[in-house]
Design a binder for this molecule. Structure first.
Ligand code: ADP
Length: 238
């Protein structure tokens, strides 16, 4: 089943074409890496999918339903969750309260004791059970990332957008992070990974889409695209 289908997507900012007739799809349970040098349009694509931006042209369908141009909360209800490049947690609330806040926005919102119990399950899922009552602002960087992921999972996503979620982790944390992402894929969640950590790209991505100046310049396995001369030229800034 086709989980996400993007066709001829276009976004301009003034005279700049940030996303240029981009098409690609993500199947259920597939991890697709969205790669490209800085400024190539990756974040804009994530913002278009999540509803933070509306496209100038093109279609985005999730499980056969159009979502392009819809408000972020509607896109979240349709099953798209995301984490951010700069971690966004509610620092003055504890980990459980952060996830409960996420649950209130899910397709089937839960509150009260039921929400607290569900938050506990999600915190355990990401390895944060022992920090259920720790203030988010007091968690270490990786634990804040785990919390952000738990909050995204509170939406029961069909599609998860991970924006440099593995950046800044030490080698053992990176292995844990990779295992966690892989376990989500095994549950059938589709994932788009914007990631500069190439070890993670190699070990996680089924397929990669490489962008340069808003357009797709390559698509294929990580090994194939990362040895593609046009991709290498784009990264070197020719
Ligand atoms: P990446 O995530 O690959 O680094 P971005 O999607 O952030 O690329 O940016 C693509 C291009 O669009 C860049 O040239 C960037 O400067 C431009 N851009 C992104 N967002 C805006 C915006 N809100 N207003 C104007 N230009 C933008």
């Amino acid at each position: 089943m086709n989980s996400l289908r993007i066709s001829q997507l276009r976004k301009t900012f003034g005279g700049l074409t940030a996303v240029n007739d981009l098409s690609f799809s993500v199947e259920a349970g597939e991890i697709v890496g969205l790669l490209g040098p800085n400024g190539s349009g990756k974040t804009t694509v994530m913002n278009l999918i999540s509803g933070a931006l509306a496209p100038d042209a093109g279609d985005i369908e999730l499980a056969g339903r159009p979502i392009a141009g819809q408000a972020p909360h509607k896109v979240a209800h349709a099953g798209v969750a995301r984490t951010f490049q700069l971690v966004r947690v509610l620092a003055d609330m504890d980990a459980t309260e952060n996830v409960v806040a996420g649950l209130a926005f899910s397709r089937e919102p839960t509150w009260g004791a039921q929400a607290t119990a569900r938050a506990g399950e999600l915190l355990a899922r990401v390895g944060l059970a022992r920090h259920a009552r720790t203030l988010a602002g007091e968690l270490t960087y990786i634990d804040q990332k785990r919390l952000e992921l738990a909050r995204a999972l509170a939406l029961s996503p069909r599609l998860l957008l991970l924006d440099e979620w593995l950046a800044g982790l030490n080698p053992s944390e990176l292995l844990e992070g990779i295992a966690l992402v892989r376990s989500l894929k095994d549950e059938g969640v589709s994932i788009i990974l914007v990631e500069h950590v190439m070890d993670a790209v190699h070990s996680l991505c089924d397929r990669c889409v490489v962008m340069n100046a808003g357009a797709k310049i390559a698509e294929g396995t990580p090994a194939a695209v990362l040895s593609d001369p046009e991709v290498i030229r784009a990264y070197l800034g020719d």
